[in-house]
Structures are given as structure tokens and as C-alpha cells.
Design a protein around this ligand. Structure first.
Ligand code: DOR
Ligand code: ZN
Length: 345
């Protein structure tokens, strides 16, 4: 039996939700990750201020997973002020997230006018608070062009605020990857699902709602560029899962929600994928070093161990309180790696 060991990884983009959903999904992240950047788009009340982030962080910690550290965020809207940024920083918030208006789940209060955020960006620069961007332009002629068309906005913010640390989240196109490389202050997160999927895995045969997310998976040439970036050893590209649980009933319906629940399968699948391509030696930096460096955090202490034994992925996680379930990404398949545990040696 072979084993794979590496420094405890981080998930730099995660949706945990709250209440019964949080309770159901959190254990899958804490068994694999030392920290995670927790997204603020809660419904109906998004996290907009430091105090709310603190309370949300306390809810996450109330489950007693003391080895896990949630990295809290606030959502930045056109109503955010420089003072709110200062207060959020004092409350331990590490990053601010911008959703363009209406682009994804719970983003009705998103941003249209980026120039109106001048003072907010200056304060974030001064506080070294990381700016997280959902990079999709709301007025593209096609949803497939939204990320490409957002690059002008990225260009504007990155150029005008050269010491603001910016992460283009869940990058999905070759074009965006080449744009990220142009700016010293810009990095990008890469998800597990965008390493694996193309648009055809969503709509090429029968409709696959559990492969549907935003930004939607694009073409094979884009997927190859994402894989190349993940394998490049560039410090600009690091892991963020965008694991985004939704109740099965809200995905398998007339207007299905965007979001793929990958949390239970991430590290086993990443080990399998990197190994298959002969790149396993690069996985530790991708998941446990470059992101921490960009955020200005120390690396995690523990060691995560996986073993090469068949792992039958559950199809779904049931949530009795909601009388519903969450479908697991590629659930039902058997993969070759399983999580053994964490050690602190
Ligand atoms: O697919 C997505 N789901 N993309 C996002 O940006 C948000 C997320 C969610 O919150 O469900
Ligand atoms: Zn997300």
C-alpha cells in the first residue's frame, strides 16, 4: 500500500453556508484542510461587516473542530465604506469579495460601478486585505464570454491599485490565465472541477445539473490551460475549491442553482489527478504553500496523509433537518486514494 503525505493544505475559496447545511458539510473540509477562505454570500443575509463575520466565524467554530481555522471574508458592495473595511480588519476579516451584480448565487447586491469603490480599495491596500473577485462581466453577449469580458475590469483595478492583493477566483479560461500573469499583484484560484470538466460535461449529453457552476466550465483548450497553470509551479496559481453545496431539490428543478459540492472528494481526487499526470510532487505547493504566501499567512503545521486504497465516493450527503440531501461531485465512483488522517509530527 502506498501513502502520500504533505503539509496540511488550505482551501482558499469555500462555501460553507450556515445552520443545518454548515453542520452537514463542515466535517468534510476540516478532515482535509487546515484553513479555508469562507465565502460571505449567505442567504438571505450576506456577511457585509466585521461583526457579522465574527459571529459567522463563531458559528463555524462552535462545532468544535479546533484544528481548523476559518478565514473570514465580507462581501463588498457599493455601500461598503473605508471605515467598514477598517472595522472588518479589526474583527479579523482577511479578505473582501466582490460579486458583479446578479452574476451568481445571492449576488443581487453586487457591484456595477467599480470606480465608486475608490476609497474602499485604498483602504484595502493600506490594510493589506485581499480583494477576491468573481470575474464575470454581467453584460457579455454570451455567458461563455463573461470571464473574458471581465478582464478589462481586472486590468483597471490591478493597474490603479498596484499594491492591492487581488485574487481572480475560480479561473476558467486560457485568456484569464494569461491576464493574471501580466500583473504582479494578481493571483488566481483554481478549482478541482475546472481541472476536470468542460462545457460538454454539463450540457454535451444529458443535462448534468451537478456539474453546473459559475463561471461555467468552458472548452478543452481552456481546461488544458488551467491544468498547465496548476502544474506550472507559478506562485500565482493556487487551490480554492469553490465547493458550493445546494440542496438537491434546488439543483434538480426548473431553475437550478449554480454550485458544485466537491468538499468530500477534494484531496483524494487531487492526488489522483496530479499523480496520473506525473505531477504529484507539485501538489503540496499548489495546495499548501502558494496561497498562504500570497495571503501573507504562515504555512499550516500538520501533515495530511492519504493511502492508495479504493475509495467509494458517496452519492449524496443527507441532511435530515432539511429533509433533503446534497449531491457529491462524481459521487458513486470509486477512486484510488483515501484520506488516512492528520498527524502533527
Ligand atoms: O457556482 C457557483 N456557486 N458559483 C459561485 O460563484 C457561487 C456559488 C454558490 O454560492 O453557490
Ligand atoms: Zn464561490
Amino acid at each position: 500500500m502506498r501513502t502520500y503525505k504533505q503539509r496540511m493544505p488550505d482551501d482558499f475559496h469555500l462555501h460553507l453556508r450556515s445552520g443545518a447545511m454548515l453542520k452537514a458539510v463542515l466535517p468534510y473540509t476540516v478532515e482535509q484542510f487546515g484553513r479555508a477562505t469562507v465565502m460571505p454570500n449567505l442567504h438571505p443575509d450576506p456577511i457585509l461587516m466585521g461583526l457579522q463575520a465574527e459571529m459567522y466565524g463563531n458559528e463555524i467554530m462552535s462545532y468544535g473542530f479546533n484544528s481548523f481555522k476559518p478565514l473570514m471574508t465580507i462581501q463588498i458592495t457599493e455601500k461598503t465604506t473605508a471605515q467598514m473595511i477598517r472595522q472588518a480588519q479589526e474583527a479579523g476579516v482577511i479578505a473582501g469579495k466582490i460579486y458583479p451584480k446578479g452574476m451568481t448565487t445571492n449576488s443581487e447586491n453586487g457591484v456595477v460601478d467599480y470606480k465608486s469603490l475608490h476609497k474602499v480599495f485604498l483602504q484595502m491596500e493600506a490594510s493589506q486585505m485581499v480583494l477576491l473577485l468573481h470575474g464575470e462581466h454581467p453584460h457579455s453577449t454570451s455567458s461563455l464570454y463573461r470571464e473574458r469580458d471581465f478582464m478589462d475590469t481586472l486590468d483597471y483595478i490591478a493597474g490603479k491599485y498596484p499594491t492591492l492583493k487581488i485574487v481572480l477566483e475560480h479561473v476558467t479560461t486560457a485568456y484569464a490565465i494569461s491576464t493574471v500573469k501580466m500583473f504582479k499583484n494578481v493571483a488566481a484560484t483554481i478549482t478541482l472541477h475546472h481541472l476536470l470538466l468542460t462545457l460538454d460535461d454539463v450540457i454535451g449529453g444529458k443535462l448534468k445539473p451537478h456539474n453546473f457552476c459559475k463561471p461555467i466550465a468552458k472548452f478543452e483548450s481552456d481546461r488544458e490551460a488551467i491544468v498547465e497553470a496548476a502544474f506550472s509551479g507559478s506562485h500565482k496559481f493556487f487551490f480554492g475549491s469553490d465547493s458550493a453545496p445546494h440542496q438537491r431539490s434546488t439543483k434538480e428543478c426548473e431553475e437550478g442553482c449554480a454550485g458544485i459540492f466537491t468538499a468530500p472528494v477534494i484531496m483524494p481526487m487531487l492526488v489522483e489527478f496530479f499523480e496520473k499526470h506525473g505531477k504529484l510532487r507539485l501538489l503540496e505547493n499548489f495546495t499548501a504553500r502558494y496561497g498562504a504566501e500570497f495571503y501573507g499567512l504562515p504555512r499550516n503545521e500538520g501533515i495530511l496523509e492519504l493511502v492508495n486504497v479504493p475509495n467509494h465516493l458517496p452519492k449524496e450527503i443527507s441532511i435530515p433537518e432539511l429533509n433533503d440531501s446534497v449531491v457529491v461531485f462524481q459521487g458513486g465512483q470509486t477512486i484510488s486514494w483515501s484520506i488516512k488522517g492528520v498527524s502533527h509530527a
